[in-house]
Design a binder for this molecule. Sequence first.
Ligand SMILES: [Fe+2]
Length: 425
Amino acid sequence: MKLETAFSMDTSSIKFGPGVIQEVGWDMEEQGATRVMVVTDPNLAESEPVSVVLESLQKSDIDTVLFDQTAVEPTDISFKEAIKFAEDGKFDGFVAVGGGSSMDTAKAANLYSTYPADFMTYVNPPIGEGKPIPGPLKPLVAVPTTAGTGSETTGVAIFDYMEMQAKTGIAHRALRPVKGIVDPNNTRSLPKMVAACTGLDQLTHALESLTALPYNRRPAPDHPKMRPAYQGSNPISHVWASQAIEMISQNLVRVIEDPSDDEARGEVLLAASYAGIGFGNGGLHLAHGMSYPVSGMVRDYLPEGYPPGHPLVPHGMAVVLNAPAVFRFTAPANPEIHLYAAKLMGVDVSDAKPEDAGEILAGAVIDLMRKVGMPNGLAAVGFSSDDVDKLVEGTLPQHRVTKLSPRPASPEDLKQLFLDSLILW
Ligand SMILES: [Fe+2]
């Protein structure tokens, strides 16, 4: 097998600062947009960020239409609604305001209204056909209002495929927004649990892309157009992921304890974009792959701070609950990088032995989880050992991410990882 020899760094342009959201009209003007679809969710439709965006676009004489029907956890059905809206509206630009769901929905609306195709055409294999996107899309500017998904920097759109009850997505460089407008004023009113879950999601993005299978141990693509966006860990993703781990570890507890701490909140939000550049190029692995069935199989867990009445294991929570077991498992593949990650999280590793690397990194993650009020393992959000076989079954189709695990995980390994994640401390 010929191995990969190249890697690339793709990222959106990022504009960061308090108040930058007011400039979005100019950002779209600069892209030549004259008629823009603004994508958000029903909870944000009346919010300040959305009204500031609409006002700014109108000031730039841009024809603006609001689509506020993004689903909190998007599905193929909710994507299709947005796509239909985009096709009918004949837009030449898109602005997404919200969390990952709004940004991902805008990416899908942009893609299928620009290159109409059967919905499964661009969806990741094995669920979809995974065809490469034929060319550039219309400009999409992303305005994140949570600190966590990094979706403003990535060419990935995630959704639930209802027929199979599986999470999958579309991944291609062309999906990437042209610009992310990262404004720390937008995250001031995040409930504590939302801030904790999104913060730990981005921490795990950074840890996974740092520890992922190196790009030069992946098979070489037959054609450059087939080179995946998630390339495996590489020298560039390493830089962004490392910096993100440090920034989050130093600031997340401060944000949870005092949401009015502008400096810490700004650092965490900026770190989300850094982590996004890291994993958008390097990729993710087991903690994310295992999180999808955890979210998908929720029964009655109601996290505080989220809209009431909807059982939900928030994405970041579902990811980080698996993370300690995952890093214990992957550490033997590269103990040095796992120790380095623990060091970035503030652990003194000067006397650490390579064989303890997994335990040390897992311990650092658990320590931070406890400080920000995460539940103690999958059991605390309603799972038991009886669920483990189904959780494994739901992880297996997540090839795109799990194949980047630095240590291959068999179904038996996954089973053990879920069992180890039931109770963490
Ligand atoms: Fe994530």
